[in-house]
Write a new protein. Sequence first.
Length: 402
Amino acid sequence: MLIGIVGKPSSGKSTFLNAACLTSSKVGDYPFTTIEPVPGTGYVRIPCVCKELGVEDNPQNSICIEGTRLVPIQLLDVAGLVPDAWEGRGLGNKLLDDLRRADVLIHVVDFSGSLDADGNNIERGSYDPEKDIVFLEREVVKWLEQLLHKDWTRISRTSEAEKIPIDKLLAEKLAGLQIKQSHIKKALTKSGLNIAIPSKWSKEEILQFLTILRSIAKPMIFAANKIDIEGSEDNFNRLKDQYDKDLIPCSALAEYFLRKFAEKEIISYTPGDPDFTITKPDKLSEKDNATLEKLRIDILQKHGSTGVQSLINRAVFDIMDVIAIYPVEDQQKYTDHSGNVLPDVYLVPRGTTAREFAGLIHQDLAKSFINAILVKTQRRIGDNYELEDGDIIKINAAEGLK
Ligand SMILES: Nc1nc2c(ncn2[C@@H]2O[C@H](COP(=O)(O)OP(=O)(O)OP(=O)(O)O)[C@@H](O)[C@H]2O)c(=O)[nH]1
Ligand SMILES: [Mg+2]
C-alpha cells in the first residue's frame, strides 16, 4: 500500500514526508524543490493489543511505545503539480506518472493563501486554498483522460463488436495505475452510462465517469497545512463543514520539530500525541524552548495534534478500509517461533479471509491451511472466516507442507 503526497509547489509536501518519515527530502522556499519522487516509511498508529492482554511485547515488524503500535506504511513525496500539468506545464505529466502506484493521496494545501497557483510567494491571505483542491483533482482526471484517449476508439469498438465488457477492457488498459476492475464497475454504475454502447459516450460523459473513477481509485484527503500561520484558521473554518473529515488542520513543520527533538531524546513525544514532555531541559536553547511552548499552545492544545498522524491514519483506516491483524504461532504465549510476543501486525483490507491472510504470510501456508484459532477467544475458524480488526490469529497448517 502506498500513500502519494501531492500538492502544488511549496505547499509543504517534503516537509510532510520528512515529518512523517524522518527522511531528508530537500525543503525549499521556492517552487519545484523536489523533482524526482522521494519515498519514505511512515507509520500508522493503533492501540496495541498488548494492553488489552496485559503482556509485554517484542515487536519485530513494527514499534510499540507504551501500548501504542506504530505500523510501517510507505509514502511517496512527488514534485509539485501546477494547473495544466497534464498538458506538460511545470514539470509536466511525468509526476502524474509517479502517482501510478499510489492507492490513496494526501493533498497538502497551503492554507495560509501565501502562494499563487504555481507556488510563487504572494501576499499572505490573497489566494483561496479551495482553488487548489479543485484544480488538483482536475489534473488527475485530465491525466486519466489523456491516458485513455489514444486507445478509446479501439477499446469501445472492440467491446461492442466482440461483446467484451467495457470494464474488463478498461481494467486491462489501466492495470498499471492501481485501478482495479471493481473500481471501474463501481464508477460505471455510479455514472449511469449505458455500458452496451461505449462508443456513443460523449467527451463530457467520459470525463464525468473518470471524475467518479478518480474518487474511487485514487481517493484524496486534504491537509490544511501551515495552520500555524496567521489567517490559515479562517480559511479552515470557512471550508471545514464542506469537506468534513477529509480536511484536517495540519502543521507539517510543527510535526517535524517535534520529531527532531524526540529523535534527540530532548522531548518525549509519540507521533499523533496531543502533547509532549520535555525530558532534557538543559539541552534546549531558550529559542527552541519558546518555539516548543508556542507550538504546544497554538497547535497541540488548539487542534489536538499536528494533523500529520491523523491524516496518515485516516488515509489508511478510513479511506482504504484496512484492518490490523496479529499472527502468532503459540496461541497460549502469543509468540512466534523465536519466542517474540506479538511480533507482527499486518495491515490487510477489510474482508480478508483466514486463508487469504495465511497466503499473505506465506504462499504455501494458504495451500496447507487447515483451520485457524482466534487467540483472544480460542475459537476455531475455517478458511472463509472474515477477519476483524485487532484479531490475533494462529494458523494451523498441514505438517510437511508448512
Ligand atoms: N509555517 C509553516 N511552513 C511550512 C509548513 N510546511 C512547510 N513549510 C514551509 O514551506 C516551504 C516549502 O516547503 P517544502 O516542504 O519544500 O514544499 P514542497 O511542497 O515539497 O515544495 P516543492 O518540492 O517545491 O514542490 C518551506 O519553507 C517550508 O519550511 C508548515 O506547516 N508551516
Ligand atoms: Mg518538495
